[in-house]
Design a protein around this ligand. Structure first.
Ligand SMILES: Nc1nc2c(c(=O)[nH]1)N[C@H]1C(S)=C(S)[C@@H](COP(=O)(O)O)O[C@H]1N2
Ligand SMILES: [Mo]
Length: 397
């Protein structure tokens, strides 16, 4: 940041040669005031055969603040969207290694003290094309154009632990198998595999964490069907695939259930027949530059704000650094408030780009668990959980 400034004058770093902003490109300069967007925010919406939105990709590069508006929050599921079960018809059953198996309905679930959790949710498939690109294969992915399977919301629900305590876990209770009512058969399943309901087996410790909730609301509104209405599981800090949508059954078990998506899909290993598969749980420590976005090829000489997000599934973000020379030298950035444990944080850096030339802009995050975002991704045959540093070239002229 420039320190030479005159009394009463606008500090150098705030001065802009060409003032501008969303207004100058806003097509909505007349009409109703209410609901004018100041900037178009377009998710990529992928429809089903009947034209209904089935998948959503989030324009992370265009987001402001910390909450992803619900209509921009990404949507991912493996099978067809299941039928709607209205809240007054919905039930959740708890059985297995519990002293008092029971079934509760929507109103009963909402009688427990609620809890609100703000968290990033990242799909394991996020940024997968960078596995190839970082090995020098394939063309440069564009997070700006392709959008992302990464979002952040405020979720409200009942802590899973409240329901489990009500049922009384036995000493043998080690895993909570959570099951949705969407049924299907993965394309890569071995011949003879029967269709099944999407499920995962949550280890006891994570299930008992007070921030693991049975959520019925997202961003101040009742849950929408695409996000798992009327109730979904939300497992902050862990890869999105743990947060079971359309939940209807909790089966408490004394061993890890043999869920298809455990060791056939969301695992780390070198190959599909590896004997050392590791289940994917906690998401990595990761940051990204959102401004300038990754489609920016050149900028004029001057001071530019480099801005972005950083997040981790293992602890708060403690530091984000920026490099403009492809990782040769690093500069501290300013972490912005608030810095919630599960949420991403915003950070910014003033880049004094006063020399023409070619630069490579990138960011690197560190979390409270001591993890530092790596240059090299952790390769795995399923191309899951890419969290490495991504740089992009910008010419200053
Ligand atoms: N029932 C069910 N829950 C599911 C899935 C699914 O296929 N079925 N997909 C998971 C995956 S892979 C992700 S990334 C998140 C996405 O949640 P969202 O669509 O609300 O963003 O839901 C998870 N929960
Ligand atoms: Mo996912």
């Amino acid at each position: 940041m420039s320190t030479q400034q005159q009394e009463g004058a606008v500090p150098d770093f705030l001065r802009m040669d060409t003032p501008g902003g969303p207004e100058s490109t806003n097509p909505h300069s007349s009409g109703q005031w209410y609901g004018w967007p100041s900037k178009e925010m377009n998710p990529v919406n992928l429809p089903d055969d009947e034209g209904r939105v089935k998948r959503v990709r989030t324009p992370v590069m265009d987001l402001e603040g910390l909450i992803t508006p619900t209509e921009l929050h990404y949507v991912v599921q493996h099978f067809d969207i299941p039928e709607v079960v209205p809240a007054d018809k919905w039930t959740l059953s708890i059985d297995g290694e519990v002293k008092f198996p029971f079934t509760l309905n929507y109103e009963e679930l909402r009688r427990f003290p609620g809890r609100t959790v703000r968290t990033v949710m990242e799909c394991s498939g996020s940024d997968a094309t960078y596995f190839e690109y970082s090995k020098g294969e394939g063309s440069k992915p564009s997070r700006t154009q392709e959008r992302m399977i990464l979002s952040a919301s405020e979720w409200t629900g009942t802590p899973l632990v409240s329901v489990l305590e009500h049922a009384g876990l036995t000493d043998k209770a080690l895993y909570i198998r959570a099951e949705g009512w969407d049924e299907g058969l993965p394309g890569t399943a071995a011949p003879g595999t029967e269709p099944f309901f999407y499920d995962k087996g949550l280890p006891r410790e994570k299930a008992l964490h007070p921030d693991t909730i049975l959520a019925w609301a997202q961003n101040g509104q009742l849950l929408e069907h695409l996000h798992g209405a009327p109730v979904r599981l939300l497992v902050p800090g862990w890869s999105g695939n743990w947060s079971i949508k359309w939940i209807r059954r909790l089966q408490v078990m004394d061993h890890m259930p043999d869920c298809w998506y455990h060791y056939n899909f969301y695992y780390f290993a070198d190959s599909a027949d590896s004997t050392e598969k590791e289940l994917i749980t906690t998401i990595g420590v990761k940051s990204m530059v959102t401004h300038p976005n990754d489609d920016t090829e050149s900028l004029p000489k001057g001071t530019h704000v480099v801005r972005g997000y950083a997040w981790s599934g293992a602890g708060k973000i403690t530091q984000v650094e920026v490099s403009v020379d492809g990782g040769e030298t690093w500069h501290a950035t300013r972490l912005e408030e608030p810095q919630d444990q599960w949420m991403w944080v915003r950070w910014s850096y003033l880049w004094d780009a006063n020399k023409n030339g070619k630069y490579c802009v990138m960011s690197r995050a560190t979390d409270a668990a001591g993890r530092v975002q790596s240059r090299e991704p952790r390769y795995n045959n399923m191309r899951k959980n890419f969290s490495a540093i991504v740089g992009y070239d910008i010419t200053i002229s």
